[in-house]
Design a protein around this ligand. Structure first.
Ligand SMILES: Cc1cc2nc3c(=O)[nH]c(=O)nc-3n(C[C@H](O)[C@H](O)[C@H](O)COP(=O)(O)OP(=O)(O)OC[C@H]3O[C@@H](n4cnc5c(N)ncnc54)[C@H](O)[C@@H]3O)c2cc1C
Length: 451
């Protein structure tokens, strides 16, 4: 790695260079702003505990980002970008200290037009959604953290979520249209990437550029009804989910399936889900509810809670029990629990889901999210795991892989090891050009460490 430890002289000089910008040096605040939700992983906890930046700079716009980038290059200080800090894998935890560049104040929505929006990276997803809904459009997909997460952090650190059943994942062509990126060269500059070029920085943990503006596509905004449906048998619930996912005539945003006892962790839903039942949490366009009711009947489900879009706009959204919020709720009851992220094969009978469900019994609590992968609706699982040891966790992962499931490992902060497990040559090449000193979020990109 080309970064050297940050010495006091460098830091003093850096602070002097950044006069006029909002700088936080209070150790408690800096430590807080160096954290994310990596504590979901008992493996990451000891690896990342105590890691923190030396100071936080809160940039108000691209010109300030350019100043911070220039100062960090001049004094060879590492820089780690932060949105809202809701990542699960320590993506924004600085491994080598340095500057935390907090972009949560860059909240301008530049323009919104049918199907498209242009925004600064610190805009919260929920705020953007509210704005685009004024003209009848909405963001295509959002993480379950959508009330707190920023659009920049979602693009750089997330993968998909509520809405992915229709639109696929962030990495799919067309789900990010353009970005402006500040470089960390001797003379930092702004590069605009459009079309396929955006993949150079899409889901790159901020290791190869600081995103200062994004153009993102929108989808038509529907009034989304929220239903909770219970089933006496888990595999019936799962197969109901697959059939709903494949029902092209039913417009949906969320199909989240939970095996008992997962519903016991949902304090706000517990009273409506019968003891011992498995459940489906659904967001479906109001115009499609009759068809949904027929499908529920076909699978022998019982609708135990239903809210119109209007009713759903008050209180906790159903989406906040789905995706990784399931893990959050479960861990708030039992902090010894952890999770996995698994993509199951394209098999409408869900044979491997069934096998894994029975094979691990109580050690793994099944939680499925349906989404589109290459145009096909498939289940991902964010299973809850009763954690014992790291060795056992690795055995569980290995068993899944041996059976043909793909694990997106949430117990590593290394970009490639968590995701596709392959080196992304385009992202590496881009880093070599825009971050020659390896100052951006150092230690996170295997391709750079091993080149
Ligand atoms: C309870 C819970 C539920 C979650 N559910 C989901 C889910 O459904 N789907 C999903 O994909 N994720 C999910 N996540 C993970 C996370 O919330 C999302 O990925 C979220 O979008 C991250 O946004 P953020 O603003 O908090 O980013 P941060 O955590 O602040 O940053 C994420 C990464 O992006 C980098 N980054 C941030 N801004 C920029 C920028 N402007 N330029 C370059 N790099 C940048 C950071 O350095 C870091 O590497 C969940 C997390 C939790 C805790």
């Amino acid at each position: 790695m080309t970064t050297t430890p940050v010495n006091t002289m460098n830091l003093d000089a850096l602070i002097a260079e950044l006069v006029g910008l909002e700088i936080i040096t209070d150790p408690t605040q800096v430590a807080k702003l160096s954290q994310d939700y990596y504590n979901f992983s008992p493996v990451l906890q000891p690896q990342l505990a105590g890691k923190k930046g030396d100071l936080v700079v809160r940039a108000a716009g691209e010109a300030e980002v350019l100043r911070v980038a220039a100062a960090c290059v001049k004094f060879r200080v590492p820089l780690t970008v932060r949105g809202a800090g809701t990542g699960n894998y320590g993506q924004c935890v600085p491994l080598n200290g340095g500057v935390i560049l907090d972009l949560s104040s860059m909240q301008a929505i530049r323009w919104v037009k049918p199907g498209l929006a242009c925004v600064e990276p610190g805009v919260k997803l929920a705020n953007l959604d509210k704005k685009t809904r004024e003209i009848g459009w909405e963001i295509r997909m959002a993480p379950s953290t959508y009330r707190t997460a920023t659009i920049g952090g979602f693009i750089a650190g997330g993968s998909g979520g509520i809405g992915s059943i229709t639109y696929g994942q962030l990495r799919d062509r067309g789900n990010l249209l353009a970005v402006r990126v500040v470089t960390m060269e001797d003379e930092p500059r702004v590069i605009e990437l459009r079309g396929d070029e955006v993949q150079k920085v899409n889901h790159a943990y901020g290791v190869n550029g600081i995103i200062t503006e994004l153009e993102i596509p929108l989808g038509p905004a529907y009034p989304w009804a929220e239903w909770v449906v219970s089933f006496p048998d888990f595999m019936t619930a799962a197969r109901f989910g697959q059939t709903l996912a494949d029902s092209d005539g039913i417009i949906k945003k969320l199909i989240s399936i939970h095996a008992w006892p997962v519903p016991t962790y949902f304090a706000a839903l517990r009273s409506c889900i019968p003891e011992g039942s498995h459940c489906a949490l659904l967001m479906v366009a109001e115009s499609c509810l009759e068809s949904l009711a027929d499908l529920v009947k076909e699978y022998g489900g019982t609708v135990c809670q239903q809210k119109t879009a209007q009713e759903a706009s008050h209180g906790m959204p159903l989406g906040e029990f789905s995706w990784n919020h399931t893990t959050l709720h479960a861990r708030s009851v039992d902090p010894s629990l952890t999770y996995l992220q698994t993509l199951f094969p394209d098999d409408k009978n869900l044979k491997l889901v069934e096998h894994i469900y029975h094979h691990f019994a109580d050690e793994l609590m099944m939680h499925l999210e349906f989404f589109r992968v290459g145009g096909v609706a498939r289940p991902a699982a964010l299973q809850l795991v009763r954690y014992t040891t790291e060795a056992r966790l690795n055995e569980i992962i290995a068993y899944h892989e041996a059976q043909g499931a793909f694990i997106f490992n949430p117990h590593t902060y290394i970009l490639e090891d968590g995701g596709m497990k392959t080196i992304n040559v385009e992202q590496l090449k881009f880093k070599e050009m825009v971050d020659p000193y390896g100052l951006l979020n150092p230690g996170k990109m295997r391709a750079w460490l091993e080149r």
